[in-house]
Design a protein around this ligand. Structure first.
Ligand code: 5AD
Ligand code: SF4
Length: 470
């Protein structure tokens, strides 16, 4: 969950006429939603909305929701319940729900929540000012139709006033895959790629504003460009090449990829494009072929591991992470053991593991959810315990090494305790957080932020490294 109080998009001169208003947005879920929240702020800015982190001050409150896994809707509903009393004190307040739950529920949500004014899906962010104006006229508004592929236009992102060292750029929306457990194709619609020139322009603007690292975002980035018309359609690998060539961009990352799309071209980019960081999040979901078939993932465990081997040949130090689902309908004990065995063979640097939960409308939700909750819980615990041990070993392997750190800012530890005081934090190219101390005078100077530091790693913690300047 990310609140947007640090978003500075709304600073700058206010257009005359419109009264100043405040907007409070609470963001749930993935980086795509965080990015959508930035676009929400961007389209509201010319209408004189400023961000606030106090809902009581806001005349527009939006919950930008996620439905990829269980309980998202309940979480959102109870948050709405907490916010509802504000409507009694503030006649002007418009309360709205955005994101994947909005897309999925639409009108139903208005029926269920009598004090809700506005529900809109991710395709309708550009129209938000009009939707809010309609809601202010006491109309209850629901906009959840998908825009047709050809008619869809992306909102080109403008750098926020204080651009961060590491920024995100959306390169496509939606997903054309049919993974049987996944709601994303229903909430985000078909794939639409942002034209390559627009992507390059956005990255160039961010770099000009001070970003040194960019992560390009999409539900399935390797299928980038498949929907674009015209005789010169860039593939994802070609798009990465164009971004890599941008002057001043130090590091390039991407997320997320499906293991079967154009993967060979992508593997070839590692080690070839200087800015492309040695880190790959490659969701496998299960270590068993029958389960993968039921999940409609369209690869076998052996094919997946061949890709991992190819990546490691191409880029020996590459860090890998993955997503795992335990307790998929019909998953037996033996099939679950196959997932543990895969984790032990691949030795990922990190993983994200989830208990299966049926999502409305998906194919898997029609299967019997056979694995009892306590078994799912136990499987999840075993996956996490195994991975914890592997992650610890992989972190220990950094101790004694000198790593290149892109410095992002003061360490979160910086305010805690005397000893930890003047620490900066950044990441290695393999995406590990590194904290290191600097003298007080340098801590407050511009000397480090956005620069590359060489750090001798002295200690491995569970989620970060500690070192001193080399
Ligand atoms: N149940 C559990 N996990 C899920 N994910 C997606 N849908 C479900 C579901 N129904 C997980 C997958 C995906 C990640 C973003 O969320 O592992 O890669
Ligand atoms: Fe969902 Fe990812 Fe499969 Fe697309 S590729 S359906 S987003 S799990």
């Amino acid at each position: 969950m990310v609140a947007t109080s640090d978003t500075n998009l709304l600073a700058g001169p206010a257009p005359s006429g419109a009264p100043r208003r405040y907007v409070y947005v609470q963001t749930f879920g993935c980086q795509m939603n965080v990015n959508d929240t930035d676009r929400i702020m961007q389209v509201l800015a010319p209408h004189n909305y400023r961000p606030t982190d106090d809902p009581a001050q806001a005349s527009l409150i939006l919950l930008n929701t996620c439905s990829v896994r269980d309980k998202a809707e309940q979480k959102m509903l109870s948050q709405l319940g907490r916010l509802a009393p504000l409507k009694e004190y503030n006649d002007d307040l418009v309360l709205g729900v955005a994101g994947c739950v909005a897309q999925q529920e639409g009108e139903r949500l208005l029926k269920k929540v009598p004090y809700l004014d506005l529900v809109f899906g991710p395709d309708h962010i550009a129209e938000l000012p009009e939707l809010v104006a309609r809601a202010r006229e006491h109309e209850r508004v629901s906009e959840t139709t998908f825009t047709k592929r050809k008619a869809f236009t992306f909102i080109e992102a403008e750098p926020r006033e204080e651009t961060r060292v590491s920024e995100f750029v959306t390169i496509m929306k939606g997903c054309d895959k049919v993974c049987s457990f996944c709601i994303v194709p229903f909430t985000r619609g078909r794939e639409v790629s942002k034209p390559a020139d627009a992507v390059v322009r956005e990255v160039e603007r961010l770099v000009a504003a001070g970003a040194r690292e960019v992560t390009v975002l999409g539900q399935n980035v390797n299928s980038y460009g498949k929907d674009l018309q015209g005789d010169r359609i860039p593939t994802f690998a070609e798009l990465l090449r164009r971004i890599d060539a941008i002057e001043g961009l130090e590091r390039l990352r991407f997320t997320t990829s499906h293991p079967m799309d154009a993967i060979d071209d992508l593997v070839a980019c590692f080690g070839e494009l200087p800015s492309l960081c040695e880190f790959f999040h490659l969701p496998v979901q299960s270590g068993n072929d029958r389960v993968l078939r039921e999940m409609r993932r369209f690869y076998t465990v052996a094919e997946y591991e061949e890709t991992v081997a190819a990546l490691r040949r191409q880029s020996p130090g590459i860090a890998l992470s993955t997503d795992i689902i335990v307790g998929f309908p019909g998953e037996t004990d033996a099939e679950f053991e196959d997932t543990l065995a895969l984790l032990a063979r691949v030795r990922y640097d990190t993983i994200f593991a989830f208990k299966y939960s049926p999502r409305p409308g998906t194919r898997a939700s029609e299967m019997d959810d056979t694995v009892p909750e306590p078994v799912k819980r136990e499987r999840l615990a075993r996956v996490l315990a195994l991975q914890d041990a592997i992650t610890r070993e992989r972190m220990e392997a950094y101790v004694g090494e000198t790593v290149e750190v892109l410095v992002e800012g003061p360490s979160r530890m910086a305010s805690k305790g005397q000893a930890a005081r003047w620490q900066l934090m950044g990441r290695t190219r393999t995406n590990v957080i590194v904290n290191f101390p600097v003298p007080l005078g340098e801590f407050w100077s511009d000397r480090w932020i956005g620069k590359l530091a060489r750090v001798n790693v002295e200690e491995a913690k569970s989620n970060s490294l500690y070192g001193t300047l080399a």
